[in-house]
Design a binder for this molecule. Structure first.
Ligand code: 13P
Length: 411
């Protein structure tokens, strides 16, 4: 069930004056803690995968687990790819299962930021995914001492933000109002007046980066002024590290399992605290009703071709597989022969798409059209073509709702 459209989720938070946590994760411990906290608090949640942290883990390996956890969750979840460094990263993120992306070109000139973000927004929207823009520069590096990586903090201008939104069509905007990424030594000062002006001007969900470690009153005020998503990783990373340090010092057994003891629980406690503080706790049911489900789509084509064309067509499909797989919104492309030679339809081709939008985008994509032309030049085979909504990933939660017929009815 609840992998949902991020736009609907943020819209609900924005309309109802609360914020959803975009919690950064770097391991399965973080993933389990975030999901368990969200279920425990009945809160919608955003799983943030941040490209600058990819030195710590292989996101291609962890994404299938994240996707599975999101589908099994009893609360609405979105998977967000944060701080993508280039356009190719957002295409890969969507193709691997993220349903929201952010291209971080905030350190570039205003016009360059607009041009690159517009391109990213076109791609994301063509696949049905949400996109977050960023204007102004939030310094620091998540998980580290902010002061070591500050750079020049550039505050977001409300006037520029209006132009930026009109031109890029992003769904939400990350603003710079005084926060920084990473650990801070002194209290952060926030420019609430600026935030209010931006919110009055735009009327769309706003995002706060550098959300770790503010005081309760600051969270309250930013949420009242349009912040609907708060990104947080440093605080969680510090809690996990402190727990491990304390375990290593205090426990007699010094193995990995002993060192990791209580990490999940301590993360869960802090995340739950944030969910209550930011007002997302208890909102899961109403959010779920309002959100479109993130629905993958599959296309299956089976061919009945004359035997003499079979090898040629199969070779072409094999060759086209790689090119077609890199089209935005294509999750996977499979091709294969029938195992039995007596089957009428001998060749099968199956494509998974992120959403219906992605499947429509695929049909009109230049690479696909060129491929189809090549295919029809060889032969015009008899084929069956079905596009259908795929539900396999949600099986566990769906099973709870399916009533299994009694044995006597089956007899
Ligand atoms: P913190 O470094 O304050 O946790 O912020 C993380 C963040 O904003 C990721 O985009």
């Amino acid at each position: 069930m609840p992998l949902v459209d991020m736009r609907d989720m943020l819209h609900h938070a924005y309309q109802n004056n609360y914020a959803i946590g975009g919690f950064g994760l770097v391991s399965l411990d973080f993933l389990e803690a975030i999901i368990t906290a969200a279920e425990f608090c009945r809160s919608p949640v955003i799983l943030n995968l941040s490209e600058p942290l990819f030195g710590q883990h292989d996101f291609r390996l962890i994404l299938p687990a994240i996707e599975r956890a999101a589908h099994q969750a009893k609360v609405p979840v979105a998977i967000h790819f944060d701080h993508a460094k280039q356009h190719e990263s957002i295409v890969e993120a969507i193709n691997l299962g993220c349903n929201s992306v952010m291209l971080d070109v905030s350190s570039q000139a205003f016009t360059v930021n607009i041009a690159q973000t517009s391109h990213a927004a076109e791609t994301a929207h063509a696949c049905g995914a949400a996109i977050e823009g960023m204007l102004g520069f939030v310094g620091g590096t998540e998980g580290e001492n902010a002061i070591n990586h500050l750079g020049e903090v550039i505050y977001t201008s409300a006037e520029e933000a209006k132009v930026y939104i009109d031109r890029t069509h992003v769904d939400s905007l990350a603003v710079s109002i005084g926060t920084v990424h990473g650990r801070q030594n002194s209290r952060t000062k926030l420019d609430f007046k600026r935030l209010k002006r931006i919110n009055d001007e735009l009327g769309i969900p706003l995002v706060l980066h550098g959300g770790s470690g503010l005081i309760e009153d600051q969270y309250h005020k930013v949420i009242l002024n349009g912040i609907a998503k708060i990104n947080c990783y440093t605080e969680l990373s510090d809690i996990a590290a402190a727990t491990i340090r304390s375990n290593v010092q205090s426990r007699t057994k010094k193995g990995y399992i002993e060192a990791m003891q209580d990490v999940k629980n301590n993360l869960l406690e802090q995340i739950s605290l944030y969910m209550h503080r930011w007002g997302s706790a208890g909102r899961a049911a109403e959010v779920l009703i309002q959100c479109r489900a993130w629905q993958p789509v599959e296309q299956t084509i089976v061919y009945n071709v004359q035997k003499r064309y079979l090898q040629q067509i199969y070779a072409l499909i094999e060759q086209g597989r790689e090119t077609l797989s890199s089209i935005p919104g294509v999750r996977q492309v499979f091709a294969g022969w029938a195992l039995s030679v007596s089957d009428q339809y001998q060749l099968c081709w199956r494509i998974q798409f992120a959403t219906t939008d992605a499947s429509k985008n695929f049909q009109s994509h230049a690479e696909y059209i060129a491929f189809i032309h090549q295919l029809s030049r060889i032969s015009e085979p008899d084929k069956i073509n079905i596009t259908f909504a795929a539900t396999s990933l949600g099986t566990n939660s769906c099973l709870e709702e399916i009533k299994i017929p009694q044995a006597q009815h089956l007899a």
